[in-house]
Write a protein that binds this ligand. Sequence first.
Ligand SMILES: *[C@@H]1O[C@H](CO)[C@@H](O)[C@H](O)[C@H]1NC(C)=O
Ligand SMILES: *[C@@H]1O[C@H](CO)[C@@H](O)[C@H](O)[C@H]1NC(C)=O
Ligand SMILES: *[C@@H]1O[C@H](CO)[C@@H](O)[C@H](O)[C@H]1NC(C)=O
Ligand SMILES: *[C@@H]1O[C@H](CO)[C@@H](O)[C@H](O)[C@H]1NC(C)=O
Ligand SMILES: CC(=O)N[C@H]1CO[C@H](CO)[C@@H](O)[C@@H]1O
Length: 408
Amino acid sequence: MEQKHVITLAIFGVLIFPLSAYAAVYDVSQHGIQNKDITNALLKAWKLAVEAPTKSKVLIPKGQWMLKQALLAGPNKAPIEFQVEGTVTAYSDPYDLPDKKGEWWIGMNYLHSLTVSGGGIFDGNGKVAWTKNDCHKNTKCLSKRLPYNLSFNFVNNSLVKDITIKDSKYFQSNCISSNNVTFQRIKISAPAESPNTDGIHIARSVNIKVLDSIIQTGDDCISFGDELKDVLVKNVRCGPGHGISIGSLGKTNQEKDVTGITIDNCTFINSDNGVRIKTWPSTPSTLKVTDIKFTNLIMQNVSNPVIIDQQYCPWNMCSLDKASLVQISKVKIDNIKGTSFTQDALIFSCSSSKPCQDVQIGNIDLRFSGDPKLGGATTKCQNIKYVSTGKQIPPLCVKTSAPKALPK
Ligand SMILES: *[C@@H]1O[C@H](CO)[C@@H](O)[C@H](O)[C@H]1NC(C)=O
Ligand SMILES: *[C@@H]1O[C@H](CO)[C@@H](O)[C@H](O)[C@H]1NC(C)=O
Ligand SMILES: *[C@@H]1O[C@H](CO)[C@@H](O)[C@H](O)[C@H]1NC(C)=O
Ligand SMILES: *[C@@H]1O[C@H](CO)[C@@H](O)[C@H](O)[C@H]1NC(C)=O
Ligand SMILES: CC(=O)N[C@H]1CO[C@H](CO)[C@@H](O)[C@@H]1O
């Protein structure tokens, strides 16, 4: 290039720079890294970013990095992009964390206008921790203290895109008490046999989206807690794992309503469930679950493709004496296709105290993929009021006989 052009470009650069997107880029590799450990460097860079008066970026460049734990807290003065290009790996001992009480590995709290991006990998290195998880036998289990992978709490107007989260020690990520957060093109993976590695757990939030993502895990693909409004899950592929679950809900009477959850255009492959709503029996909770849509879903060898379970009582941790008082209503189920690994393609086990109301069932085509000698797929119904607006295979509930209790 001729000298003249270089000068022209330089002048242009100077003119353009102040108008460009980032006033400052804080590259963690410039903030004192020891032995590939970015723990202190990331905290230093983050502090600069949250105090920056204009839009800034925290960059984890390409490479292999280790991180003990980081609380990336706000409030931030201006938008922050957290661009992760490298692979960030946790130390393998789950108890070797500076903050022993922390429920996160990377916590992002009290932030607004945050973008997490960059195509990088968060590797939870969970193999040691999984062996210490005994929650299925022990209600005081250690895993209560195993940190989450990426934890978003009190975050508004933010976007998390193009990242991979793998082998978390416990729930892979969560989004709690947040407003208008989108997760897009996220890849989450943990082996099918890893315990409690829920993909994304979402609760107490408004306007949350999970789009165009692939989630393979040992537990729920996406799980929803209470106090939720306006959630969209679209173009997500789940499996292996336990599928997408609303609940379990109603364990305590402090829980609040869940309104407006849409699961659309998703595929479930070899998962235990497809879409599920589960509530606890014998508790005083009277919360409402309403305006739920399960539409355009493909099931491939899913054990229970569609299930409402209001007698959710795992490991006999509760009593089935009293029906759940959680009211489920306004549920739309339409265009669900594929195969069921068990004959129970559709299970509606609603509460005898609060039957499921206003359920609209459209086109269903779910075939039993097992031995045809056993018969076809079935629908099990208990305490449900529905209207059919389509053609269903298997046929819906036989209305002539009183619904019987489901076999456990
Ligand atoms: C998020 O929005 C809520 C409700 O509008 C507000 O009270 C809270 O301060 C906001 N938090 C941040 C970190 O901006
Ligand atoms: C929601 O968050 C996005 C960033 O993901 C932002 O662009 C948009 O303006 C926010 N919407 C509202 C209503 O604030
Ligand atoms: C539905 O999902 C498929 C597969 O992920 C994708 O190719 C298609 O574009 C999606 N359709 C819509 C309407 O988003
Ligand atoms: C179908 O699902 C069952 C139960 O999850 C699993 O054991 C089996 O290997 C799956 N079949 C195929 C063909 O993937
Ligand atoms: C990155 C990642 O996903 N893993 C973290 C998830 O949560 C636990 C907390 O340590 C971390 O140990 C994992 O490293």
